[in-house]
Ligand binder design. Structure first.
Ligand code: G3I
Length: 300
């Protein structure tokens, strides 16, 4: 293929980008999006603070701008993210106990129901495990409602949109470490008890490239019977171009690694200000990292 999306499709994968509704009026941005990508993730517009700014009042206008663009161009949509300890509306930040649990599950039900049939994969729960070596859940208002909040969210999401793949998504889980192993154990437990989960998202915010056991980590999740998606890829550092190729090679090596999403289009669109971690420069020109990514998708 001659584009990221077409080349990934030849390998049975998608290649997506996180996009911002506010940039859909930027013609350079949109022309790259439409040419190169066949999947999108809303960078912020489908999060809790954006979709339920006051309790029970749902606003989908910016999420819909992204969804409608994707649908009109035949792109897949990754839904991001139903529950997360960050970017909660202030009313939820101030809640606890059963009131918060009920509000959170209602949020999952309402948002997943609104987008039913349109979302390829939902990040049902984002970043619920602690950093470091504890393997523990992250302390948060959601976690304090009870350890079963994650499975309750996945069950509610399945009921609301039975056709969407339901993912658990996290960062610093790219290699085999205490955090990724804790998630592995959760997924294994969910599969054994029939809690609905279909995929694990490895965010892959990287420096230079993936860890040496990236492919082995992808494989061990796949062996549990879930898909793996690379959900928020960006790579800073001098080995960026070869790092992108390594990520693509690892994903292509595992049949259940079904797609890759980069977290923005141009370096100037990235949350990693000044690190230039993406595939296009601020003017929209293809970087060396773009070429190595495309070549890796087309190899083999
Ligand atoms: O929209 C407001 C704007 O009205 C206001 O004037 C401005 C002033 O600060 O803020 C704007 O909101 C910002 C929003 O991005 C949209 O640009 C928020 O402050 C800012 O915090 C927010 O950052 C987002 C971040 O998540 C929040 O945690 C980034 O764009 C987004 O790329 C980032 O994405 C996360 C994933 O969801 C989860 N994984 C990690 C990843 C990177 O942090």
């Amino acid at each position: 293929g001659t584009t990221l999306g077409a080349s990934a499709a030849e390998k049975g994968r998608y290649f997506g980008a996180a996009i911002a509704a506010g940039r859909l009026s930027d013609s350079t941005y949109v022309s790259i999006l439409n040419r190169e990508f066949n999947s999108v993730t809303a960078e912020n517009e489908m999060k809790w603070d954006a979709t339920e700014p006051s309790q029970g009042n749902f606003t989908f206008s910016n999420g819909d701008r992204i969804a409608n663009h994707a649908i009109s161009r035949g792109m897949k949509i990754r839904g991001h993210a139903l529950l997360w300890h960050q970017q909660q509306p202030s009313w939820a930040q101030n809640m606890s106990g059963s009131a918060l649990r009920n509000a959170a599950i209602n949020h999952v039900t309402r948002v997943a129901s609104y987008y039913r049939g349109k979302i390829h994969s939902w990040d049902v729960v984002n970043e619920a495990f602690a950093d470091g070596t504890s393997g523990a859940r992250r302390d948060s208002n959601l976690q304090r409602t009870g350890n079963d909040w994650i499975e309750a969210a996945f069950r509610a999401a399945r009921a609301a949109d039975p056709g969407a793949k339901l993912c658990y998504n996290d960062y610093n889980t790219d290699g085999i470490n205490a955090k990724s192993t804790a998630i592995y154990n959760m997924v294994r437990d969910f599969k054994s008890r029939g809690v609905p989960i279909d995929c694990v998202g490895l965010q892959s915010h990287l420096t230079n490239g993936p860890p040496s056991d990236y492919r082995a980590n992808i494989q061990r999740f796949a062996d549990l019977g879930v898909d793996v998606q690379i959900t928020e890829l960006d790579i800073s550092g001098s080995s960026q171009a070869s790092g992108y190729a390594s990520v693509v090679n690892a994903c292509l090596a595992v049949a259940r690694c079904t797609g890759i999403t980069v977290w923005g289009i141009r370096d100037s669109d990235s949350w990693r200000t000044g690190q230039n971690p993406l595939l296009f420069d601020a003017s929209g020109n293809k970087k060396a990292a773009y070429t190595s990514t495309l070549n890796a998708l087309n190899a083999g």
